[in-house]
Design a protein around this ligand. Sequence first.
Ligand SMILES: Cc1cc2nc3c(=O)[nH]c(=O)nc-3n(C[C@H](O)[C@H](O)[C@H](O)COP(=O)(O)OP(=O)(O)OC[C@H]3O[C@@H](n4cnc5c(N)ncnc54)[C@H](O)[C@@H]3O)c2cc1C
Length: 462
Amino acid sequence: MKRIAIIGGGISGLAAAYELEQQRSGAELEYVLYEASSQLGGVLRTEHIDGCVVEAGPDSFVTEKPWAADLCRDLGIGDQLIGSNDSDRKTYILTRGRLVEMPDGLMFMVPTKIVPTGLSPLFSWKTKLRMTQELFHPPRAVDHDESVAAFVERHYGAEMVDRLADPLLSGVYGGEAANLSVRAVLPRFAEMERTHGSLGRAMLAARKKMRGSPRKAAPPLFTSLKNGMQSLAETVVSRLRPTSLRTNAAVQAIQAEAGGWIVSAGMQSDYFDGVIVALPSLAAGNVLRMASSELSSELGAVQYSSSITVGLGYDQEVGQTLPPGFGFLVPRSEGRQLLAATFVHNKFPHRAPEDRALLRCFFAGGNADRVWELSEEQIVGIVRKELQEIVGLRAEPLFARVYKWRSAMAQYGVGHLERLERIERLRRLLPGLALAGNGYRGIGVPDCVRSGREAARELVKS
Ligand SMILES: Cc1cc2nc3c(=O)[nH]c(=O)nc-3n(C[C@H](O)[C@H](O)[C@H](O)COP(=O)(O)OP(=O)(O)OC[C@H]3O[C@@H](n4cnc5c(N)ncnc54)[C@H](O)[C@@H]3O)c2cc1C
């Protein structure tokens, strides 16, 4: 009988457990999942308040990455998948205190339509000129990694970093463009530069190619679940054996011994043939301290940032006073605490009843750290003040919830891919060890699901 331990009961660990459960039928296999808290699902947490579906952690995932939706279909809840209301998609950027709509045709920060970008008040004439010049950027064989900020600035100038690249990335990684690796975070753009030089030309070439292929309706940009993201975790849990799940069981250490692994949690130690460490890499480094100090310090060097989401429910009239669209992003240069606000009732169906408006506000990185110690009332107070100043929202919310996530979002710093190579080399020196989670090759839910399932398959095969 092969015994495998999974450390961490977030979606990465749950996906690993589900995969092992699937493989159990043909193989002599047993697994135990250890979760430090009392609840499985990690940051996938949903509250149902006053008819609204309030997401404490992730609210959706990008449709382009198939692994989370595939898992839903495998679980038999494919009919629960919902897409974002892209026909109403409009995102605003706070620019000198005013909300300015992102112009049509922007692919991340690359303009693909001349007229809307040319007319947009989002950019100065200097940046618009840079966009034209960018079309002549020569192909470049870059031999080193660099920050997203440096990369974008080389192509479009500093204003593009401030107005678009940084706010867009803050929403995903909770980090700053100046600290994130272009190769790890925007590999497609790094490749475009290598092959085409100009990102604008590369995008136009890709669009031209697509025009030649049969036209399919574009899938929605974001996917979520009708009853919220937590329902994904709950459905996975319902397919696992309860006797394999140990909650309130924080693992202190794992150690290689006699060709297998000893897992120590509380006063108990147990022997396994393999271990999947499905923790944020910072926490993974801690439990692996005794197994390999070198691996432990490489894992510990992946930076994490903290984030806070605030859910606010209002009467429907509020929804009518807000600008149409999905919400707004706030560049750091605007000097606000908020980084983003989503008008959830517009972005997704099934999130708020007809007579309600639901907002989700977001702080991360330094902005989250600055307000971390404040009480929930004080944080809600800051959010309300900034919403009043930005969108004129004065109404009293019907409910307000604050969710704090300490060091939950990985920051792929410059040199991240090289660090992953070192981590992989060190891991291979420890047979029976697999790593999954958001510290490696994708922070989003789909990549976490993929990493968990791949880790499980690897250990079953080994
Ligand atoms: C606020 C927020 C918003 C996000 N928004 C999105 C989004 O919209 N779309 C998207 O795709 N992604 C989003 N993400 C990212 C994504 O949700 C996470 O990267 C992903 O869910 C992480 O899953 P995980 O299982 O790897 O880690 P976690 O969910 O962090 O789970 C790790 C688990 O390990 C447990 N644990 C820790 N130490 C130990 C130990 N020693 N022993 C046992 N158990 C331990 C923890 O209690 C936790 O339950 C967001 C993240 C946050 C925080």
